[in-house]
Structures are given as C-alpha cells and as structure tokens.
Design a protein around this ligand. Sequence first.
Ligand SMILES: C[C@H](O)CC(=O)SCCNC(=O)CCNC(=O)[C@H](O)C(C)(C)COP(=O)(O)OP(=O)(O)OC[C@H]1O[C@@H](n2cnc3c(N)ncnc32)[C@H](O)[C@@H]1OP(=O)(O)O
Length: 287
Amino acid sequence: MDIKNVIVIGTGTMGQGIAQWFLQQNTTVEMVDANYDFALKSMDRIHESLDSLVAKGKLEAALVSDLKKKLSVKKLEEINPKADLVIEAIIEDKEIKKDLFKKLDELMDQNTVLASNTSSFPITEMAKDLSAGRQKKFLGLHFFNPATIMKLVEVINGLETDRSLSQEILKWFNSKGKVACLCGDAPGFIVNRVARNFYGESLRAVGHYDLEKIKEVDTVMREVGGFKMGPFELMDLIGIDVNLSVTESVYRAFFDEPRFKPHRLQKEMVDGKRFGRKTKKGFYIYE
Ligand SMILES: C[C@H](O)CC(=O)SCCNC(=O)CCNC(=O)[C@H](O)C(C)(C)COP(=O)(O)OP(=O)(O)OC[C@H]1O[C@@H](n2cnc3c(N)ncnc32)[C@H](O)[C@@H]1OP(=O)(O)O
C-alpha cells in the first residue's frame, strides 16, 4: 500500500507535527481546522520549520519548495473525498470526535481510511456509529509529540477493523522510518497508560507547586532514570491541559481505578492557564 494523499483535521501541536511528517514523506497534505485562520498559522509554522531544516542543511531548498506546494489549508466541505487517509487530531472530546467521524463517513469515498490520533478513547467505541463498511476502515493511529521526531506510532484496531489493513499501514510506517506497533484497544493504549504513573507519582511526590521539588524530580528522572525529559518538563511539552484530559479519560475508562486518579495540582495549573510551553508558562516559565 502507499499513502499519497492525507487529510489532517485539527492543526494544534499534534496535527501540525503529523501534517509536517507526512509532507516530508512526499505525501500531499490538506489541513483542516474549525478555526480556518489558526490552520493558516499552522501552515506558516510548518513552512518555517521546513525552512529551518534547509538552513541546518538537512533538506534541499528545491525539495522544500516542492513540498510546500503539496500542503494546503481547506474547509471540511472542500477536502479531496478520495484521499487515502484522514487523520483526526482535534480536541480530546469523545462526542466532538464521534460527530466529526460521522460527517467524514458521509463525505469520504468508501475506500478512504479514517484514523483517530486519540490519546485515550477506545477505537471500537469511536467507530460504533459509522457504517459497517467504514468500521472496517477505521483505526487508531497515535503519534507522539514532537511528531516529526518521535518514531513511535501506536496502531490500534477496533473490533471491526480489517486486520490486513492495519498490518499494511503498520508496514508502511515502518518503511518510512517510524516504529509502528500494534496495541490493544485498552484505555491509554501502551504509552499513555504506562506513563500515567510517571506523571501521577511525580505529582504526588511534589504534592503542591514547589519549583525546587519539581526541578529535583525532573533532574533525578533525566540524569539517573535515563529519561529524555523529566515528568514535569514532559507535561509542559505535551500541554498540561492535554495531559489532564488524558488522565481523566484513562481514570474514568478504568472505572475510577485509584492508581490513575488525576492530581489536584494538574487542575490547579489548568485553572491558572499554565498549560506549558504553548502558553510560555507551565511548571516552568519559558521566556
Ligand atoms: C499526549 C500524547 O498522547 C502522547 C505524547 O505525545 S507523550 C510525549 C512523547 N514525547 C516525549 O517523550 C519527548 C521526550 N523528549 C525528547 O525526545 C527530546 O527531549 C526532544 C526530541 C523533545 C528534544 O531533543 P533534545 O535532544 O533533548 O533537544 P534538542 O537538541 O534541542 O533537539 C533535538 C532536535 O529536536 C528538535 N526539536 C526539539 N523540540 C522540538 C519540538 N517541540 N518540535 C519539533 N522539533 C523539535 C530540535 O530542533 C532538534 O533538531 P535538530 O537535530 O535538527 O537540530
């Protein structure tokens, strides 16, 4: 199989990274966002990112000029109905995602594959209101931030997903340098489930906002634990708001299992609009 045309819906941090990664595979990418101007800004940021790869000598200027022509911003009703793949990377709200997929089910050709980049919602449940044919062509494709760099892609089958399709997609990603792995359709899949305790225990260890303790935990996990980033640095990268909604969703999906319980400090940070790097203020301040 080959993926030549992709539509990415939702152009926040993840959607933007996913769109850029596909573009760099020479795929035609259409970006859609409920806020059209925001999508245009995301396209500008992809252009800037590609230009910086040219400046670093990692990509040829001529190639980047060709790639930019393959990237566009569209309204939902204008997208190519025959695209190979649509990836949804919108807000982590199950009902909003399900409504979008119902619209896409009608809009898109029967051969188009629909995928969700959900961090935590079960794929079978997301697919259940779609037509029987589409349920076979619906799966989870979960990328990691920054999507242009992080190799892992979790591939998740719903109960009805055509197994040969997910195997083909898995092979396609691996042939493009990603490390794709098949995960069970369990809340949080693999990484976001295991990582709940990385964040949760760290939050419980500091208890309340205390920058010195936060730095201490991060330093220990990075320098001694061998993690690329400490838990608080990583929450700032992912977005503390995004991380809280993933925590709440995993917690609820496991019937309020105490080990996945969100921490009050996460909520306090979100209430204070300290979302992390994207607002220049999270556990750390970014000038
Ligand atoms: C919530 C979701 O459902 C799931 C998730 O996304 S969970 C989060 C998963 N992500 C992680 O665990 C990230 C862990 N951190 C890392 O891997 C690394 O620290 C990192 C890749 C972010 C940065 O790498 P590091 O070597 O520490 O720093 P640095 O030297 O500044 O950057 C390395 C390269 O990454 C690039 N980079 C850094 N941050 C970036 C970002 N946010 N976006 C795009 N590129 C970035 C840099 O430009 C640099 O590129 P270059 O080699 O061409 O110069």
